[in-house]
Ligand binder design. Structure first.
Ligand SMILES: *Cc1c(COP(=O)(O)O)cnc(C)c1O
Length: 395
C-alpha cells in the first residue's frame, strides 16, 4: 500500500476488486429467491471501473440523477437493469430516463400526476414511505414518517384513484429505509408495510426492498446477518407471491455493502502538534475528500502504515481544511510522525463520490487493484481542472 503512494501520490483512494466480488457473492448466496435482481446503488461510488466489475457480476444499477444514468449507460448496463430512483428530480431527468428505457420510480403524488400526463402508457414504479425508523444515523434514515422520501401510506387511496383513472400501469413498489440496518426485525417491519399495500396494485412485476445492509467498521463490529435476513426475506416473499397469484421479481439496491470495505484512503501526515493536552495529527486531506465522520459521525479505522511497530499514543486525526474537520478523536495509533502514511478503512462507499474541491484543493486520484495489479482509474484533479469553469473578469 505504501508503495502506491510513491507511485501515484497522496492522498489516494485505492479499491480492491476482489472485495467487491466477495461481497457480491455473499449477497447472491444469502438472498436465494430465484428471481432476484441486485442493482448497485452507484451513488456510493460511481467510478467506471467499479461499474464494470459490478456489471460483470450480473448486477443492474440504481441511479439517482441524469449524470448517473449516463455513466451507467457508458459502463454498458442494459437499460432493462437500470433503475432510476431519484428524489425531487427535474422533469428533464425523468424524461431522459424514460427515453433511455430505464425503470423509473416515482416518489411523490405530484410527480406521479405529472408522469401519468406525460407517459400514460409507460409503466412506472412507486416509492412508498413505510414510516419506519431504521438505520444508525439520523441523516441516513430515509423511511421514517417525516423523511422527504417516498409516498406516505396515508396517500395510498389517492394514488390508487389516480392510477385507476387511466390506462396506467404501476409495475413495482419500492422502499429504502436507510443505511446501516442491523436487525432483521427492523428491516422486515418496513417490508411488511410494503407487502400489506402491494395486493391493492394488480399489475406488479417487481418489489424493490432497497438496501441499508451494514458492514463492519472495525474488528468485531456488528454487521447485518445476511444469511438470516436472506432466509427470512426469501421465505416471506415466496409466501407473498403465492398469495398475490404469481411470482414477482425481487430487487435489492446495495451500495455500501458492495464497495465500502473494498476501499482504503491513503493520506500523509503533514504536522503533529499539541493544543490543550490533545495531540493532533494533521494530514494532507480533509472533509473535502472524506466527509463521512463529520457529516454522519461515521467511524473509519485509521492505521499508521509507516510505523506499525511504533508505540501507540492517543491522537485526534484532523484534516487540513480551515474548518473543524476531525476524522477521529482519542484514537490510539502507533506514533505518527510527519511524512507517515495513514490508511483509512471502509473508504469505498460515499467517500470519493461525496468529495469536493473546498478550500481550492484538488480531489485525489483513484487506483484499482485487480489480480494483484494496481491501475490508475481516475487522474488526480489539478488546479487547471478547478479553474476550468471560472471566467476571469476582463482586466
Ligand atoms: C443510497 C440508496 C441505496 C443504497 O444504500 P446503501 O446503504 O449504500 O446500501 C439504495 N437504494 C436507494 C434508493 C438509495 O438512495
Amino acid at each position: 500500500m505504501i508503495s502506491l503512494v510513491s507511485q501515484f501520490g497522496s492522498p489516494l483512494y485505492v479499491y480492491d476488486e476482489s472485495v467487491i466480488q466477495r461481497q457480491a457473492h455473499l449477497l447472491k448466496e444469502s438472498l436465494a429467491y430465484p428471481d432476484t435482481l441486485f442493482c448497485y446503488a452507484m451513488k456510493a461510488n460511481s467510478n467506471l471501473a467499479i461499474l464494470d466489475t459490478v456489471r460483470k457480476l450480473g448486477f443492474g444499477v440504481d441511479c439517482v440523477s441524469r449524470g448517473e444514468l449516463e455513466l451507467a449507460l457508458m459502463a454498458g448496463f442494459d437499460p432493462s437493469v437500470i433503475r432510476f430512483t431519484p428524489s425531487f428530480a427535474l422533469t428533464d431527468e425523468i424524461r431522459f430516463a424514460v427515453e433511455k428505457g430505464a425503470q423509473v420510480t416515482l416518489d411523490s403524488l405530484p410527480v406521479l400526476e405529472w408522469y401519468l400526463g406525460q407517459f400514460p402508457d409507460i409503466p412506472a414504479g412507486l416509492r412508498l414511505n413505510p414510516s419506519v425508523m431504521a438505520g444508525a444515523y439520523d441523516k441516513t434514515s430515509t423511511g421514517h414518517a417525516k423523511a422527504k422520501f417516498g409516498i406516505g401510506m396515508d396517500l395510498l387511496a389517492e394514488v390508487l384513484r389516480l392510477v385507476a383513472s387511466g390506462p396506467f400501469k404501476i409495475n413495482g413498489l419500492h422502499i429504502h429505509s436507510g443505511s446501516d440496518i442491523l436487525e432483521t426485525d427492523q428491516f422486515m417491519k418496513a417490508v411488511e408495510v410494503l407487502l400489506s399495500a402491494a395486493p391493492r396494485f394488480k399489475s406488479l412485476d417487481y418489489i424493490a426492498l432497497g438496501s441499508g445492509f451494514k458492514v463492519p467498521y472495525f474488528e468485531g463490529d456488528k454487521k447485518t446477518d445476511m444469511a438470516q435476513l436472506g432466509k427470512t426475506i426469501t421465505d416471506r416473499f415466496t409466501g407473498f407471491c403465492a398469495d398475490y397469484g404469481r411470482p414477482l421479481r425481487l430487487i435489492f439496491e446495495p451500495g455500501k455493502f458492495l464497495v465500502s470495505e473494498a476501499g482504503t484512503f491513503l493520506v500523509t501526515c503533514t504536522w503533529v502538534k499539541e493544543n490543550g493536552g490533545i495531540r493532533f495529527a494533521g494530514v494532507d486531506s480533509g472533509f473535502n475528500h472524506l466527509i463521512r465522520p463529520m457529516f454522519y459521525g461515521a467511524w473509519h479505522t485509521i492505521t499508521n502504515l509507516s510505523n506499525p511497530q511504533g508505540i501507540p499514543e492517543k491522537y485526534d486525526v484532523v484534516g487540513n481544511i480551515c474548518e473543524t474537520d476531525t476524522f477521529a478523536s482519542d484514537r490510539m495509533i502507533p506514533e505518527i510522525r510527519p511524512g507517515d502514511i495513514l490508511a483509512f478503512a471502509n473508504a469505498g462507499a460515499y467517500c470519493y463520490s461525496m468529495a469536493s474541491s473546498y478550500n481550492s484543493r484538488p480531489r485525489p486520484a483513484e487506483v484499482y487493484l485487480q489480480q494483484g495489479e494496481a491501475r490508475l482509474i481516475r487522474h488526480r484533479e489539478t488546479l487547471q481542472h478547478l479553474l476550468s469553469l471560472q471566467i476571469p473578469l476582463p482586466s
